[in-house]
Design a protein around this ligand. Structure first.
Ligand code: IVH
Length: 674
């Protein structure tokens, strides 16, 4: 049986090896042992500690994964206060800051620019190179002691690496939650039916304030070091950039983007660059911190009140704000899709007043547990449509009510369909005025029939005045009808009529895209138009024939066939044709010229030398179509080895069957062998 001494030694060895493995994995990003080996060592150490509680030390790697619930947070006194920073919001602010620094320093000054990590400031105390305690910033002098929780952060070293670290040292930095860890956490919560977290920062903050550090541990928090507080012993560095190097050498993660900037122009460029590129990072940043590089000069510059004169925060324009969700409205799209949107108490985000935001769909509203009356977080970045991130649960009033999508279309009162396997619901009435307006608006957009002057408002006015109930009605408009609309002068009437007239000659591809057939955008419309040549041919086409078009799979074929099967759609097409809208397209040449022009072939089984793609390509280049199923309309079935039911069906229907040599013969001379 092992002696107590050898057991203590074994525990020490395991601790050392585990600490090294943690450092290699989390800091160097170069794991030296497998996860299984790591787990095995951790398990062995845990067993020893349970059998010999006196061998358990606070910085044991077993304590990282969360210990028992801690008592209340004790106050945590900062020897050197944790200060805040003054803010600037633009290049002018940066230049004012620089001018003052240069004046006080008596010359131009070099800076370090660091990304401003959007997390929680934390002070970590090391004594004799060992992690002892951790505290939040609090009021700057006294924070909360969150040591057990910080122990669960794998990236924070238990012991400082290297020999030359100060005897006691306070390391400062930011605890944060990476975007991928946040997404993963929410994925798990969604799977468990739990409400989702709103954003990484709050989730990190909540994680650190847990009484039970096992919960902290589950949040997979991270850390970046960027400063020091009190220390005893030699000063680690004379410049900020050397200090970052020293922190890295001690084993801390230090952000890789910190950059020395010799001029304020470089500082401005750094800030502007990262404001644009922040989305590409795996963690959230809310600005840039600019620090005078020379630490002796920092001391000389000193403080003005609570803010240092030697550093400043460049704050990015906010992307999120809180506001009240006053109501939930519904937009009906041209396909009848019900799109819920948030009606908000107006709020300024990044300089723009936001009154409405998308809520995606009913399932999303329920998943995020967004209720009318809630205070919600709204996100608006760049050109992205503002959206509701989620509710602020702490601020939920008793009166907040759970949202239920209406069973009747809010515009026309028709029944709403909730197809299974679809997160969206649909108005079932094709004549719904909202759908009609959206279809007309879409018909007139630039990528479709390009009718300038008919946008959102005009489309709405035409529908409201009952001048248009389908897109074909546009071609029945005249000056007298348009003059009945509000605010229509002669000139605008003439312009609209001209634009409508010109739209007649856009051709089949544009007509197909403009009709708004589900899954048929510009590209598929062009392919279908080139293959079929006329809208009549498309109307008559079976699903199989449609599928023979390159890029058209069963879903698109089904959607096109469904569209043309509706009598009201055929009526619209008929009227468009009668009004002189061009519904033909130049057919693809190969289709007309090749030896297989107009022929439909079906491939089945494995051919001796051609792959399916090669055979398809040979057939289509000769003007033929390849379909996936055999019907009476099939001209040939090309059968290889292991041909199954398709061959049987061909025989039953009396369709001609070819083998590969037969196909080559049909294609004639000059068809390359592969
Ligand atoms: S230095 C006196 N550097 O921003 C210097 N702070 O408003 C004090 N922060 O409370 C901070 N990234 O939580 C510094 N690279 C960075 C930072 C950073 C994020 C936070 C920190 C601080 C706040 C300043």
């Amino acid at each position: 049986m092992a002696t107590k001494r050898s057991t203590a030694e074994r525990a020490a060895v395991l601790r050392e090896q585990l600490a090294q493995a943690n450092h290699d994995y989390h800091v160097l990003d170069a794991p030296t042992i497998s996860d299984a080996e790591y787990d095995e060592m951790l398990r062995e150490l845990g067993e020893i500690e349970r059998a010999h509680p006196d061998l358990l030390v606070p910085d044991s790697p077993t304590q990282r994964v969360g210990g028992a619930p801690s008592a209340d947070f004790a106050p945590y006194r900062h020897v050197v206060p944790m200060l805040s920073l003054g803010n600037v919001f633009d290049a002018a602010g940066l230049r004012t800051f620089d001018a003052r620094v240069a004046r006080l320093a008596g010359g131009s000054v070099s800076y370090v620019c660091e990304l401003k990590i959007d997390g929680l400031a934390m002070s970590l105390r090391y004594e004799g190179g060992t992690f002892r305690s951790a505290g939040t910033r609090g009021d700057g002098s006294v924070g909360e002691d969150v040591t057990p929780n910080v122990r669960t952060i794998a990236e924070i070293p238990r012991r400082l690496a290297g020999k030359d670290a100060p005897q006691t040292l306070d390391v400062r930095g930011e605890v944060y939650l990476s975007k991928h860890a946040f997404a993963e956490l929410n994925r798990k919560r969604a799977a468990a039916g739990l409400p989702l977290f709103a954003n990484p920062r709050n989730t990190a903050a909540g994680g650190l304030r847990q009484k039970d550090s096992r919960i902290t541990s589950e949040r997979k928090l991270s850390f970046f070091a960027y400063a020091i507080g009190a220390f005893e012993g030699a000063r680690p560095a004379a410049t900020q950039h050397a200090l970052l190097e020293a922190l890295r050498a001690y084993g801390f993660p230090v952000n890789e983007h910190a950059t020395v900037c010799a001029t304020i122009d470089d500082v401005v460029a750094f800030c502007e660059r990262w404001e644009g590129e922040r989305a590409a990072l795996d963690y959230e940043i809310d600005g840039v911190v600019i620090k005078v590089d020379d630490i002796a000069l920092q001391a000389k510059l000193g403080y003005a009140g609570k803010d240092p004169r030697w550093a400043i925060a460049f704050k990015f324009r906010a992307q999120e704000a809180r506001t009240k969700l006053l109501d939930i409205g519904i937009n009906v799209s041209r396909s009848g899709k019900l799109n819920p949107y948030a009606v908000l108490e107006p709020v300024i985000i990044g300089g723009v007043t936001v009154r409405m935001a998308t809520l995606h769909n009913e399932a999303d509203i329920l998943r995020k547990d967004i209720r009318v009356g809630d205070t919600v977080i709204v996100h608006r970045a760049g050109d992205v449509i503002p959206y509701v991130v989620g509710p602020v649960l702490e601020l939920r009033p008793k009166s907040a009510r759970v949202y239920k999508l209406p069973e009747r279309c809010p515009v026309c009162g028709s029944r709403v369909d909730h197809p299974p396997d679809d997160v969206f619901s649909y108005c079932t009435n094709v004549s719904c005025p909202a759908q009609v307006r959206e279809r007309i608006r879409h018909w007139c957009t630039r990528g479709a029939m390009d009718i300038e002057g008919v946008g959102d408002a005009m489309a709405g006015a035409l529908v409201d005045a009952q001048l248009c109930s389908t897109v074909a009605d546009l071609y029945d408009l005249d000056a007298a009808k348009l003059a009945t609309l509000p605010r229509m002068g002669e000139k605008s009437i003439a312009n609209i009529l001209d634009a409508i007239e010109n739209s007649k000659s856009r051709g089949l591809a544009r007509v197909l895209a403009a009709l708004g057939i589900r899954y048929v955008g510009g590209q598929n419309a062009a392919l279908l138009a080139a293959d079929f040549g006329t809208i009549d041919a498309l109307e008559r086409a079976s699903r199989e024939e449609l599928e023979a078009t390159e890029g058209v799979g069963p879903q698109i074929a089904e959607s096109v066939a469904f569209f043309f099967a509706q009598p009201q759609n055929r009526a619209v097409v008929k009227r468009l044709r009668e009004r002189g809208v061009e519904v033909t397209a130049p057919k693809r040449e190969r289709a007309a010229a090749g030896v297989l022009a107009g022929k439909t072939l079906v491939l089945t089984g494995t051919l001796p030398s051609l792959t399916r793609e090669e055979a398809t390509s040979l057939i289509t280049r000769a003007g033929g179509k390849v379909s996936s199923s055999v019907s009476k309309k099939t001209d040939y079935v090309v059968a290889g080895v292991d041909a199954g039911s398709k061959l049987a069906k061909a025989n039953a229907l009396g369709v001609a069957v070819l083998d590969e040599p037969g196909l080559r013969e049909l294609l004639g001379d000059g068809v390359p062998n592969r």
